[in-house]
Design a protein around this ligand. Structure first.
Ligand SMILES: [Fe+2]
Ligand SMILES: [Fe+2]
Length: 410
């Protein structure tokens, strides 16, 4: 029987390599956040959990929410309908009520950076985000959360601050937010703003889930790699955010396979101590009876026709396309030795966007190239892991005698 309790307290992002550790430590984990990518991407599902038996075991053991990384809601193009349908199929199959993806863009056409990029912080971009959220929600059949992401660089000459932009998105639609304590630490450090002022400005009522994770410091910049235990600074952000938001489901993200599960349960325990300073011990009745609260847009969203975009959005689309193409070209070694001006002049962009792009410190494009390399390495490791799972399963199906016999045969 599927566990239908709501997610409340401190949970863990499910990773297949923790499967048996999670079951063995289920009393220290309040709920799990399931990565939809392992089920939306055909190869991962086929190699990782073809019959869904791992997921069913997990769904019986603990309450679950789900998290995706593939929607690219901010891309100024048609929504990713195929991914949305597969996500919906996953949520239906395993009876998961709460889902989130990210407040960002990372794809244009068939080019996907897999690195989250900042939207321009301005009204038209908030309108686009809300429009695309509404379109996605229609296919998904339910409202969903948007995670506030880390970004290598903001878009130059944006008219709002990051937090004003997030609030504006909420004004235009009924989304809720996933707020990441590590991202607040990383963004406020890298982009130099005061996290407390940020939280005081944020529409905290919309924040229902939170992430926390440990990243690493590289070339003078914090990277959100989920590779380390949660540092003190992130626990401080978690504590601040609990005082300024409605968050009731805190999720630890850890992506590197650790030697022992103990450092994970230590982080969960420490987060739980902080959580219960600000939240009741018992799951609130309201949440058990009625589920997650529903929100409403407070501003009218103008109609947007994707076939006939207003100039601001057509410009934003051209910028997204040029930026993504350029990042791939730079990763392939193109543009070596060319100046920023020469590179930008080579793309089909309105002058306003050429100007905005050229205000950027070009070192940041190189940082982006490095991040793409980091994601690639992570993806390669994941692919290796799934190949290993497949081989283990083959070996189990064959059994020791058959392997011995086939070796003896030749
Ligand atoms: Fe995320
Ligand atoms: Fe996160």
């Amino acid at each position: 029987m599927v566990n239908k309790q709501p997610a409340y307290g401190v949970g863990l992002a499910y990773r297949r390599f923790f499967h048996s550790d999670i079951l063995a430590n289920r009393n220290s984990i309040d709920f799990l956040e399931l990565p939809t990518i392992d089920y939306v991407e055909r190869s991962r599902r086929i190699l990782g959990d073809p019959s869904g038996s791992f997921m069913r075991e997990i769904r019986e053991a603990l309450p679950c929410v789900a998290h995706g990384i593939s929607l690219s809601v901010g891309s100024v193009e048609a929504p990713a309908v195929d991914i949305l349908h597969k996500t919906r199929a996953f949520l239906d199959e395993f009876e998961v009520d709460e889902f989130s993806d990210h407040l960002t863009f990372h794809r244009m056409g068939d080019q996907d950076l897999s690195v989250f990029m900042s939207m321009p912080f301005e009204d038209k971009a908030a309108q686009w985000m809300a429009h695309q959220y509404n379109e996605s929600k229609r296919v998904l059949g339910q409202d969903f959360g948007l995670e506030v992401v880390t970004y290598t660089f903001p878009v130059a000459a944006s008219k709002m601050t990051e937090v004003e932009f997030i609030n504006r998105v909420a004004d235009y639609c009924d989304c809720w937010f996933l707020f990441d304590a590590a991202n607040l630490f990383i963004n406020s450090t890298n982009h130099k703003y005061d996290p407390l002022k940020y939280l005081e400005t944020l529409n905290g009522e919309r924040v229902l889930h939170m992430h926390m994770a440990g990243g690493h410091y590289q070339d003078g910049e914090w990277i959100d790699s989920h590779s380390q235990p949660v540092p003190d600074e992130v626990f401080e952000m978690l504590e601040l955010a609990l005082q300024h938001t409605s968050a009731r489901a805190i999720i630890l993200e850890r992506d590197d396979e650790p030697g022992n599960f103990g450092s994970i349960t230590d982080d969960l325990e420490r987060a739980r101590e902080i959580f219960y300073k600000y939240r009741p011990r018992e799951v609130p009745d309201e949440l058990v009876k009625h589920g997650a609260p529903k929100f409403k847009a407070s501003k009218a969203l103008p109609e947007i026709d994707i076939a006939n975009l207003p100039p601001e959005l057509a410009g934003m689309r051209a910028y997204q396309e040029a930026l993504i193409t350029c990042a791939f070209e730079m990763a392939d070694g193109k543009h070596h030795g060319s100046s920023k001006e020469e590179i930008i002049a080579g793309y089909d962009l309105p002058d306003e966007w050429k100007n905005r792009w050229s205000q950027m410190d070009w070192k940041q494009m190189l940082n982006l190239k490095r991040k793409m390399g980091y994601v690639q390495e992570f993806e390669d490791n994941a692919a290796r892991f799934y190949r290993m799972v497949e081989m283990q399963e083959w070996a189990q199906q064959l059994g020791p005698q058959e392997i011995f016999k086939s070796r003896a045969d030749g």
